[in-house]
Design a protein around this ligand. Sequence first.
Ligand code: BDR
Ligand code: CA
Length: 321
Amino acid sequence: MDSTRIPVIFDTDPGIDDALALALLASHPRFDLLAVTSAFGNASVDITTRNAQGLAALYRKDIPVARGAEGPLRDERRREHATHVHGDDGIGGLSAQLPAPTRPLDPRPADQLLCDLVNERPGEITLVAVGPFTNLALALQRDPSIAAKVKGVIVMGGAFGLRGHGGNVSPVAEANIMADPEAADRVFTAPWPVTIVGLDVTQEAIMREADLAKLQGRGDGAGDLLWQATRHYQRFYDERDGIGGIYAHDASAAAILLVPEAFTLRRGPVRVVLEGIATGQTIQDWRNEHGSGTAWSGHPAQQVCVEVDAPRVLALFDEIF
Ligand code: BDR
Ligand code: CA
């Protein structure tokens, strides 16, 4: 085993920024991508699973892909998919251009594949999750012992109100959390080390049009497809925020494994608001000034990203393909 490489499983709802994250995870030489698990979110799970398979083939990774949750833990949470952001097919209308899968879908549900792989290599695997966290919550339910066996869990999700970054589906809630708040709360309160890469930092990591254009002509067609798919995604963000590019949401969760020094972390238990107008809000108790008996007391301290050196993150795209 090459100890300099980072073994990861990618749990995802592709999704255009998911596709960029997968480009890093599949193509950067420091990653050893073991499997991809799909979830509903940016589109239905049928669509995101096909995209996950097609993207794995595009990046020439002949690895297991397993289908995951089709909806949240509590069915009444079911919301519209984010097709207005990522296109009806999740990839900005380009999914037909993805290559055919190189192997059939793994027969196991995503949460079982996650448990199996973690149990095969205790202490080694990092989970990188960038969709609703339903598969992770189901994996914990299936086999709670995996919490002690993963090396770490990195999630893209949440918003902590820093530097004016509120939620993106409500004034306080981020999309991956809002899609399944119960799952997110279970994942953040489980006894495993979670690092939360939320909108506070991902909305600072803007890939401008010129950065995205540099992908063209690289990666045997992969870079061209990413460039075209991000045209759709950029239109959405240009209209909403006028940023002249896209937020590298999901890629930031992969990046923290490669350049941890680019991120500043804050430690403390994190809970998710489950009812009322603030449903989906993520709140960290980082001051620990309120004694025992709060909703945060007794839960593990997790790490929340509070600052990012964005150029350092974006430069990683020069290291692939
Ligand atoms: C998150 O929501 C999804 O639309 C993106 O892929 C990302 O994971 C950003 O809030
Ligand atoms: Ca995503």
